[in-house]
Design a protein around this ligand. Structure first.
Ligand SMILES: Cc1cc2nc3c(=O)[nH]c(=O)nc-3n(C[C@H](O)[C@H](O)[C@H](O)COP(=O)(O)OP(=O)(O)OC[C@H]3O[C@@H](n4cnc5c(N)ncnc54)[C@H](O)[C@@H]3O)c2cc1C
Length: 402
Protein backbone atom coordinates (compact mmCIF):
# COMPACT_ATOMS: atom_id res chain seq x y z
CA UNK A 1 0.00 0.00 0.00
CA UNK A 2 1.43 3.48 -0.87
CA UNK A 3 2.48 5.80 2.00
CA UNK A 4 2.97 9.54 2.41
CA UNK A 5 3.82 11.87 5.26
CA UNK A 6 0.77 14.13 4.91
CA UNK A 7 -2.44 13.20 3.12
CA UNK A 8 -4.59 16.25 2.32
CA UNK A 9 -8.25 15.80 1.44
CA UNK A 10 -9.59 18.64 -0.71
CA UNK A 11 -8.00 21.01 -3.23
CA UNK A 12 -9.67 24.25 -2.17
CA UNK A 13 -7.68 27.27 -0.97
CA UNK A 14 -6.89 25.58 2.38
CA UNK A 15 -5.67 22.23 1.02
CA UNK A 16 -3.77 23.74 -1.90
CA UNK A 17 -1.89 26.33 0.14
CA UNK A 18 -0.90 23.73 2.73
CA UNK A 19 0.24 21.36 -0.04
CA UNK A 20 2.40 24.09 -1.59
CA UNK A 21 4.04 24.99 1.70
CA UNK A 22 4.71 21.40 2.80
CA UNK A 23 5.90 20.18 -0.61
CA UNK A 24 8.17 23.23 -0.67
CA UNK A 25 9.89 21.81 2.45
CA UNK A 26 10.42 18.50 0.70
CA UNK A 27 7.69 16.59 2.57
CA UNK A 28 5.84 13.77 0.81
CA UNK A 29 2.33 15.09 0.32
CA UNK A 30 -0.70 13.60 -1.42
CA UNK A 31 -3.67 15.78 -2.37
CA UNK A 32 -6.91 13.92 -3.07
CA UNK A 33 -9.73 15.93 -4.64
CA UNK A 34 -13.20 14.59 -5.44
CA UNK A 35 -13.84 16.88 -8.42
CA UNK A 36 -12.10 17.29 -11.78
CA UNK A 37 -9.60 20.07 -12.42
CA UNK A 38 -12.00 21.57 -14.97
CA UNK A 39 -14.82 21.72 -12.41
CA UNK A 40 -12.66 23.49 -9.81
CA UNK A 41 -11.32 25.98 -12.33
CA UNK A 42 -14.36 26.67 -14.51
CA UNK A 43 -17.63 25.68 -12.86
CA UNK A 44 -19.92 28.63 -12.05
CA UNK A 45 -20.70 26.78 -8.79
CA UNK A 46 -17.13 27.47 -7.66
CA UNK A 47 -17.13 31.25 -8.08
CA UNK A 48 -17.56 31.96 -4.36
CA UNK A 49 -15.37 34.43 -2.43
CA UNK A 50 -13.40 37.39 -3.73
CA UNK A 51 -11.84 39.44 -0.92
CA UNK A 52 -8.29 38.82 0.29
CA UNK A 53 -7.28 40.50 3.52
CA UNK A 54 -4.00 42.40 3.67
CA UNK A 55 -2.38 39.47 5.53
CA UNK A 56 -3.65 36.91 2.99
CA UNK A 57 -2.16 38.93 0.17
CA UNK A 58 1.16 39.03 2.05
CA UNK A 59 1.08 35.27 2.71
CA UNK A 60 0.45 34.44 -0.95
CA UNK A 61 3.08 36.89 -2.16
CA UNK A 62 5.70 35.58 0.32
CA UNK A 63 4.93 31.99 -0.70
CA UNK A 64 5.61 32.94 -4.33
CA UNK A 65 1.98 32.25 -5.24
CA UNK A 66 0.72 35.77 -5.80
CA UNK A 67 2.14 36.89 -9.15
CA UNK A 68 -1.16 36.93 -11.07
CA UNK A 69 -3.07 38.23 -8.04
CA UNK A 70 -0.71 41.19 -7.73
CA UNK A 71 -1.15 42.06 -11.41
CA UNK A 72 -4.83 41.30 -12.00
CA UNK A 73 -6.27 41.74 -8.49
CA UNK A 74 -7.72 45.08 -7.50
CA UNK A 75 -6.32 46.83 -4.46
CA UNK A 76 -9.11 48.48 -2.48
CA UNK A 77 -8.25 51.13 0.06
CA UNK A 78 -11.73 51.43 1.54
CA UNK A 79 -15.38 50.39 1.45
CA UNK A 80 -18.62 52.33 1.46
CA UNK A 81 -21.49 51.89 3.86
CA UNK A 82 -24.79 53.22 2.48
CA UNK A 83 -27.51 54.13 4.96
CA UNK A 84 -30.02 56.92 5.53
CA UNK A 85 -29.73 57.76 1.81
CA UNK A 86 -26.01 58.65 1.97
CA UNK A 87 -22.63 56.99 1.32
CA UNK A 88 -20.09 56.83 4.17
CA UNK A 89 -16.57 55.82 3.16
CA UNK A 90 -14.18 54.00 5.49
CA UNK A 91 -10.59 54.79 4.58
CA UNK A 92 -8.63 51.62 5.39
CA UNK A 93 -5.06 52.98 5.25
CA UNK A 94 -6.01 55.91 7.49
CA UNK A 95 -7.74 53.60 10.00
CA UNK A 96 -5.24 50.72 9.96
CA UNK A 97 -1.81 52.29 9.51
CA UNK A 98 -1.60 51.77 5.79
CA UNK A 99 -3.36 48.44 5.20
CA UNK A 100 -5.74 47.67 2.31
CA UNK A 101 -7.52 44.63 0.84
CA UNK A 102 -7.32 42.83 -2.51
CA UNK A 103 -10.30 41.87 -4.63
CA UNK A 104 -9.38 38.65 -6.43
CA UNK A 105 -11.80 35.83 -7.18
CA UNK A 106 -11.39 32.58 -5.28
CA UNK A 107 -11.64 30.63 -8.54
CA UNK A 108 -8.71 32.60 -9.99
CA UNK A 109 -6.70 31.86 -6.85
CA UNK A 110 -7.52 28.15 -7.07
CA UNK A 111 -6.47 28.17 -10.75
CA UNK A 112 -3.14 29.77 -9.77
CA UNK A 113 -2.51 27.34 -6.91
CA UNK A 114 -3.26 24.31 -9.09
CA UNK A 115 -1.17 25.49 -12.05
CA UNK A 116 1.85 26.42 -9.93
CA UNK A 117 1.70 23.17 -7.95
CA UNK A 118 1.65 21.09 -11.12
CA UNK A 119 4.39 23.21 -12.70
CA UNK A 120 6.63 22.39 -9.73
CA UNK A 121 6.24 18.73 -10.62
CA UNK A 122 3.83 17.75 -7.83
CA UNK A 123 0.61 15.81 -8.39
CA UNK A 124 -3.00 16.52 -7.47
CA UNK A 125 -5.21 13.45 -7.59
CA UNK A 126 -8.35 14.87 -9.17
CA UNK A 127 -11.54 12.81 -9.22
CA UNK A 128 -10.30 10.82 -6.22
CA UNK A 129 -13.12 11.02 -3.71
CA UNK A 130 -12.23 10.09 -0.14
CA UNK A 131 -14.95 7.85 1.28
CA UNK A 132 -13.46 6.92 4.64
CA UNK A 133 -10.65 7.20 7.14
CA UNK A 134 -9.41 4.07 8.92
CA UNK A 135 -6.98 3.28 11.74
CA UNK A 136 -6.96 6.88 12.91
CA UNK A 137 -5.24 6.08 16.20
CA UNK A 138 -2.33 4.14 14.71
CA UNK A 139 -1.67 4.62 11.00
CA UNK A 140 -4.32 6.88 9.49
CA UNK A 141 -5.43 5.41 6.19
CA UNK A 142 -7.48 7.25 3.58
CA UNK A 143 -9.96 5.15 1.67
CA UNK A 144 -10.77 6.66 -1.74
CA UNK A 145 -12.46 5.91 -5.03
CA UNK A 146 -10.42 6.24 -8.21
CA UNK A 147 -11.89 7.72 -11.42
CA UNK A 148 -12.23 4.11 -12.65
CA UNK A 149 -14.46 3.28 -9.66
CA UNK A 150 -11.94 1.19 -7.72
CA UNK A 151 -11.63 1.55 -3.94
CA UNK A 152 -8.02 2.03 -2.80
CA UNK A 153 -6.13 2.98 0.35
CA UNK A 154 -3.34 5.41 1.21
CA UNK A 155 -1.44 5.19 4.50
CA UNK A 156 -0.42 8.57 5.91
CA UNK A 157 1.62 9.70 8.89
CA UNK A 158 -0.90 12.56 9.20
CA UNK A 159 -4.24 13.30 7.55
CA UNK A 160 -5.63 16.78 6.99
CA UNK A 161 -9.33 17.23 6.24
CA UNK A 162 -9.70 20.32 4.04
CA UNK A 163 -12.86 18.98 2.45
CA UNK A 164 -15.09 22.03 2.70
CA UNK A 165 -18.38 22.90 4.35
CA UNK A 166 -20.00 19.50 3.69
CA UNK A 167 -16.96 17.75 5.15
CA UNK A 168 -17.13 13.98 5.42
CA UNK A 169 -14.07 13.90 7.66
CA UNK A 170 -15.45 16.29 10.29
CA UNK A 171 -17.21 13.36 11.94
CA UNK A 172 -13.84 11.67 12.61
CA UNK A 173 -13.15 13.73 15.73
CA UNK A 174 -14.64 11.82 18.66
CA UNK A 175 -16.61 14.05 21.02
CA UNK A 176 -16.22 17.11 18.78
CA UNK A 177 -18.59 19.94 19.61
CA UNK A 178 -20.26 21.83 16.80
CA UNK A 179 -21.21 25.40 17.78
CA UNK A 180 -23.71 26.79 15.31
CA UNK A 181 -25.79 29.83 14.59
CA UNK A 182 -28.27 30.24 11.78
CA UNK A 183 -29.63 33.57 10.59
CA UNK A 184 -33.14 34.17 9.24
CA UNK A 185 -31.75 35.44 5.91
CA UNK A 186 -30.17 34.13 2.75
CA UNK A 187 -28.16 35.88 0.03
CA UNK A 188 -29.34 35.92 -3.55
CA UNK A 189 -26.04 36.39 -5.39
CA UNK A 190 -25.39 37.27 -9.01
CA UNK A 191 -22.28 37.46 -11.13
CA UNK A 192 -22.90 39.70 -14.14
CA UNK A 193 -21.15 41.09 -17.18
CA UNK A 194 -21.77 44.62 -15.98
CA UNK A 195 -19.95 47.63 -14.63
CA UNK A 196 -19.74 47.51 -10.80
CA UNK A 197 -21.79 50.10 -8.91
CA UNK A 198 -18.63 51.85 -7.70
CA UNK A 199 -14.88 51.36 -7.69
CA UNK A 200 -15.06 50.02 -4.12
CA UNK A 201 -17.57 47.74 -2.41
CA UNK A 202 -20.85 49.24 -1.22
CA UNK A 203 -22.56 47.64 1.81
CA UNK A 204 -26.08 49.06 1.57
CA UNK A 205 -28.51 48.99 4.48
CA UNK A 206 -32.08 49.64 3.31
CA UNK A 207 -35.52 49.14 4.90
CA UNK A 208 -36.23 46.56 2.14
CA UNK A 209 -33.11 44.60 3.13
CA UNK A 210 -29.34 44.60 2.80
CA UNK A 211 -27.54 44.63 -0.56
CA UNK A 212 -23.84 44.26 -1.34
CA UNK A 213 -22.32 45.71 -4.50
CA UNK A 214 -19.03 44.06 -5.23
CA UNK A 215 -16.97 43.05 -8.26
CA UNK A 216 -14.46 40.61 -9.68
CA UNK A 217 -13.00 42.99 -12.27
CA UNK A 218 -13.82 46.43 -13.73
CA UNK A 219 -16.33 44.74 -16.09
CA UNK A 220 -17.70 41.92 -13.85
CA UNK A 221 -20.07 42.82 -11.02
CA UNK A 222 -20.80 40.54 -8.05
CA UNK A 223 -23.94 41.70 -6.25
CA UNK A 224 -26.04 40.24 -3.46
CA UNK A 225 -29.53 40.81 -2.03
CA UNK A 226 -30.76 39.85 1.43
CA UNK A 227 -33.79 37.58 0.93
CA UNK A 228 -35.78 35.34 3.30
CA UNK A 229 -34.31 31.84 3.75
CA UNK A 230 -37.34 30.21 2.16
CA UNK A 231 -36.96 32.24 -1.07
CA UNK A 232 -36.85 30.37 -4.41
CA UNK A 233 -34.48 31.24 -7.23
CA UNK A 234 -37.19 30.79 -9.87
CA UNK A 235 -39.14 33.69 -8.32
CA UNK A 236 -36.28 36.01 -9.19
CA UNK A 237 -36.09 36.63 -12.94
CA UNK A 238 -33.10 38.78 -13.94
CA UNK A 239 -35.11 41.98 -14.39
CA UNK A 240 -36.53 41.71 -10.86
CA UNK A 241 -33.03 41.31 -9.39
CA UNK A 242 -31.71 44.45 -11.11
CA UNK A 243 -34.79 46.42 -10.11
CA UNK A 244 -34.42 45.38 -6.48
CA UNK A 245 -30.68 46.12 -6.45
CA UNK A 246 -31.40 49.64 -7.68
CA UNK A 247 -34.20 50.19 -5.15
CA UNK A 248 -31.78 49.34 -2.33
CA UNK A 249 -29.21 51.77 -3.75
CA UNK A 250 -31.71 54.59 -4.27
CA UNK A 251 -30.27 58.05 -3.74
CA UNK A 252 -26.63 56.94 -3.55
CA UNK A 253 -25.81 55.18 -6.86
CA UNK A 254 -27.35 53.05 -9.62
CA UNK A 255 -26.31 49.87 -11.44
CA UNK A 256 -26.68 49.24 -15.17
CA UNK A 257 -28.08 45.74 -15.84
CA UNK A 258 -25.96 43.28 -17.83
CA UNK A 259 -26.13 39.56 -18.73
CA UNK A 260 -26.03 37.24 -15.70
CA UNK A 261 -23.20 34.68 -15.62
CA UNK A 262 -24.36 33.02 -12.40
CA UNK A 263 -27.21 33.22 -9.90
CA UNK A 264 -27.29 31.46 -6.52
CA UNK A 265 -28.99 31.38 -3.12
CA UNK A 266 -26.86 30.95 0.02
CA UNK A 267 -28.35 30.67 3.52
CA UNK A 268 -26.26 32.49 6.13
CA UNK A 269 -24.80 30.52 9.00
CA UNK A 270 -21.91 30.39 11.45
CA UNK A 271 -20.30 27.16 12.67
CA UNK A 272 -17.20 26.25 14.67
CA UNK A 273 -16.02 22.69 15.36
CA UNK A 274 -13.85 22.14 18.40
CA UNK A 275 -11.43 20.53 18.79
CA UNK A 276 -10.14 20.78 15.23
CA UNK A 277 -7.90 17.74 15.65
CA UNK A 278 -7.67 14.22 16.99
CA UNK A 279 -4.43 12.23 17.18
CA UNK A 280 -2.83 12.39 13.75
CA UNK A 281 -5.85 14.01 12.09
CA UNK A 282 -6.46 17.75 11.61
CA UNK A 283 -9.34 19.77 10.16
CA UNK A 284 -9.00 23.12 8.43
CA UNK A 285 -10.91 25.68 6.39
CA UNK A 286 -14.65 25.37 5.89
CA UNK A 287 -14.51 21.79 7.17
CA UNK A 288 -13.80 23.22 10.63
CA UNK A 289 -15.64 26.54 10.58
CA UNK A 290 -18.14 28.48 8.51
CA UNK A 291 -18.85 32.21 8.54
CA UNK A 292 -21.65 34.12 6.85
CA UNK A 293 -20.13 35.87 3.80
CA UNK A 294 -20.97 39.39 5.08
CA UNK A 295 -17.48 39.80 6.55
CA UNK A 296 -15.70 38.23 3.52
CA UNK A 297 -13.67 35.97 5.80
CA UNK A 298 -14.14 32.33 4.65
CA UNK A 299 -11.28 32.10 2.15
CA UNK A 300 -9.01 34.13 4.45
CA UNK A 301 -9.59 31.78 7.37
CA UNK A 302 -8.79 28.82 5.14
CA UNK A 303 -5.41 30.42 4.34
CA UNK A 304 -4.74 31.21 8.04
CA UNK A 305 -5.31 27.56 9.03
CA UNK A 306 -2.99 26.38 6.27
CA UNK A 307 -0.12 28.62 7.40
CA UNK A 308 -0.58 27.64 11.04
CA UNK A 309 -0.65 23.94 10.25
CA UNK A 310 2.33 24.27 7.91
CA UNK A 311 4.38 25.84 10.70
CA UNK A 312 3.34 23.07 13.05
CA UNK A 313 4.30 20.29 10.61
CA UNK A 314 7.59 22.05 9.94
CA UNK A 315 8.39 22.12 13.66
CA UNK A 316 7.47 18.44 13.91
CA UNK A 317 9.48 17.21 10.93
CA UNK A 318 12.46 19.56 11.07
CA UNK A 319 12.89 20.04 14.82
CA UNK A 320 11.12 16.94 16.19
CA UNK A 321 8.89 19.34 18.15
CA UNK A 322 5.26 18.13 18.43
CA UNK A 323 4.24 21.19 20.50
CA UNK A 324 2.81 23.37 17.71
CA UNK A 325 0.80 20.43 16.32
CA UNK A 326 -0.62 19.76 19.78
CA UNK A 327 -1.48 23.46 20.14
CA UNK A 328 -3.12 23.73 16.69
CA UNK A 329 -6.75 23.98 17.91
CA UNK A 330 -6.35 26.73 20.52
CA UNK A 331 -4.09 28.72 18.20
CA UNK A 332 -6.47 28.38 15.24
CA UNK A 333 -9.50 29.23 17.35
CA UNK A 334 -8.03 32.67 18.01
CA UNK A 335 -8.34 33.73 14.36
CA UNK A 336 -11.49 31.65 13.86
CA UNK A 337 -13.46 33.31 16.68
CA UNK A 338 -12.19 36.74 15.67
CA UNK A 339 -13.61 36.18 12.18
CA UNK A 340 -16.82 34.73 13.62
CA UNK A 341 -17.20 37.84 15.77
CA UNK A 342 -16.69 40.21 12.86
CA UNK A 343 -18.94 38.23 10.51
CA UNK A 344 -21.69 38.22 13.15
CA UNK A 345 -21.18 41.96 13.73
CA UNK A 346 -21.45 42.77 10.01
CA UNK A 347 -24.44 40.47 9.51
CA UNK A 348 -26.50 41.88 12.37
CA UNK A 349 -25.41 45.46 11.65
CA UNK A 350 -26.43 45.41 8.00
CA UNK A 351 -29.36 43.02 7.54
CA UNK A 352 -32.87 44.27 8.15
CA UNK A 353 -34.48 42.07 10.84
CA UNK A 354 -38.23 41.36 11.07
CA UNK A 355 -38.47 42.67 14.66
CA UNK A 356 -38.87 46.51 14.72
CA UNK A 357 -37.11 46.74 18.12
CA UNK A 358 -34.08 44.86 16.79
CA UNK A 359 -34.14 47.11 13.75
CA UNK A 360 -34.17 50.25 15.91
CA UNK A 361 -31.09 49.00 17.77
CA UNK A 362 -29.39 48.11 14.51
CA UNK A 363 -29.99 51.54 12.99
CA UNK A 364 -28.71 53.28 16.13
CA UNK A 365 -25.56 51.14 15.89
CA UNK A 366 -25.09 52.03 12.22
CA UNK A 367 -25.46 55.79 12.84
CA UNK A 368 -23.07 55.55 15.75
CA UNK A 369 -20.57 53.87 13.46
CA UNK A 370 -21.02 56.69 10.94
CA UNK A 371 -19.87 59.18 13.62
CA UNK A 372 -17.42 57.21 15.74
CA UNK A 373 -13.77 56.84 14.64
CA UNK A 374 -13.43 54.07 17.26
CA UNK A 375 -16.14 51.91 15.71
CA UNK A 376 -14.83 52.69 12.24
CA UNK A 377 -11.39 51.52 13.32
CA UNK A 378 -12.90 48.28 14.69
CA UNK A 379 -14.56 47.63 11.35
CA UNK A 380 -11.51 48.54 9.27
CA UNK A 381 -9.05 46.53 11.41
CA UNK A 382 -11.23 43.46 11.09
CA UNK A 383 -11.94 43.98 7.42
CA UNK A 384 -8.25 44.12 6.48
CA UNK A 385 -7.66 41.18 8.86
CA UNK A 386 -5.20 42.62 11.39
CA UNK A 387 -6.16 39.92 13.91
CA UNK A 388 -6.76 37.05 11.47
CA UNK A 389 -4.35 36.68 8.52
CA UNK A 390 -2.46 39.73 9.83
CA UNK A 391 -1.16 37.42 12.59
CA UNK A 392 0.60 35.36 9.93
CA UNK A 393 1.65 38.11 7.53
CA UNK A 394 5.35 37.74 8.29
CA UNK A 395 5.64 34.16 9.49
CA UNK A 396 6.62 32.54 6.21
CA UNK A 397 9.86 34.49 6.43
CA UNK A 398 10.44 33.82 10.15
CA UNK A 399 12.19 30.75 11.57
CA UNK A 400 9.87 28.27 13.31
CA UNK A 401 9.57 28.88 17.10
CA UNK A 402 11.40 32.20 17.10
C1 LIG B 1 -21.53 27.82 -2.14
C2 LIG B 1 -20.54 28.72 -1.47
C3 LIG B 1 -20.53 30.09 -1.77
C4 LIG B 1 -19.62 30.93 -1.12
N1 LIG B 1 -19.65 32.26 -1.43
C5 LIG B 1 -18.82 33.09 -0.78
C6 LIG B 1 -18.86 34.47 -1.03
O1 LIG B 1 -19.63 34.94 -1.85
N2 LIG B 1 -18.02 35.27 -0.34
C7 LIG B 1 -17.14 34.76 0.61
O2 LIG B 1 -16.39 35.53 1.24
N3 LIG B 1 -17.07 33.44 0.86
C8 LIG B 1 -17.89 32.60 0.20
N4 LIG B 1 -17.84 31.29 0.46
C9 LIG B 1 -16.85 30.81 1.44
C10 LIG B 1 -15.50 30.44 0.82
O3 LIG B 1 -15.66 30.11 -0.53
C11 LIG B 1 -14.92 29.29 1.63
O4 LIG B 1 -14.69 29.77 2.93
C12 LIG B 1 -13.63 28.69 1.04
O5 LIG B 1 -13.91 28.00 -0.15
C13 LIG B 1 -13.00 27.72 2.06
O6 LIG B 1 -11.94 27.01 1.45
P1 LIG B 1 -11.67 25.48 1.81
O7 LIG B 1 -10.42 25.13 1.10
O8 LIG B 1 -11.76 25.29 3.26
O9 LIG B 1 -12.93 24.68 1.22
P2 LIG B 1 -13.42 24.47 -0.27
O10 LIG B 1 -13.03 25.62 -1.12
O11 LIG B 1 -14.86 24.14 -0.21
O12 LIG B 1 -12.60 23.22 -0.79
C14 LIG B 1 -12.87 21.91 -0.34
C15 LIG B 1 -12.49 20.93 -1.44
O13 LIG B 1 -12.64 19.61 -0.95
C16 LIG B 1 -13.20 18.80 -1.96
N5 LIG B 1 -13.83 17.66 -1.32
C17 LIG B 1 -14.96 17.64 -0.58
N6 LIG B 1 -15.22 16.41 -0.12
C18 LIG B 1 -14.23 15.62 -0.58
C19 LIG B 1 -13.93 14.23 -0.44
N7 LIG B 1 -14.72 13.40 0.25
N8 LIG B 1 -12.82 13.73 -1.06
C20 LIG B 1 -11.99 14.55 -1.74
N9 LIG B 1 -12.24 15.87 -1.91
C21 LIG B 1 -13.33 16.40 -1.33
C22 LIG B 1 -14.16 19.73 -2.66
O14 LIG B 1 -14.49 19.29 -3.97
C23 LIG B 1 -13.39 21.04 -2.65
O15 LIG B 1 -12.63 21.23 -3.82
C24 LIG B 1 -18.72 30.41 -0.17
C25 LIG B 1 -18.73 29.04 0.11
C26 LIG B 1 -19.63 28.20 -0.51
C27 LIG B 1 -19.62 26.74 -0.16
Amino acid sequence: MPRVQVGIVGAGPAGLLLAHLLAGEGLEVAVLEARSREYLEQSPHRIRAGVLEWGSKEILAQAGLGDRMLVQGLEHRGVYLAFDGALHRLDFPALTEGRSIWVYGQQYLVQDLIRLYLEKGHAIHFEHEVVGLEALEAEPTLVYRTPQGQTERLVCEFVVGADGSHSLLRSQIPGAQVHQKTYPFAWLGILAQARPAAEELIYASHPRGFALFSMRSPSIARNYLQVPVEERLEDWPDARIWEELNRRLEGVAQVEPGPLLEKSLTPLRSMVVTPMQHGRFFLMGDAAHIVPPTGAKGMNLALCDAVLLYRAFKAYYQQKDPGPLEAYTPEALRHVWQAELFSYFMTTLLHTPADPFDDGLRQAHLRHLGQSPHLQRFLAENYVGLHTSGRYAGVLRAPVRG
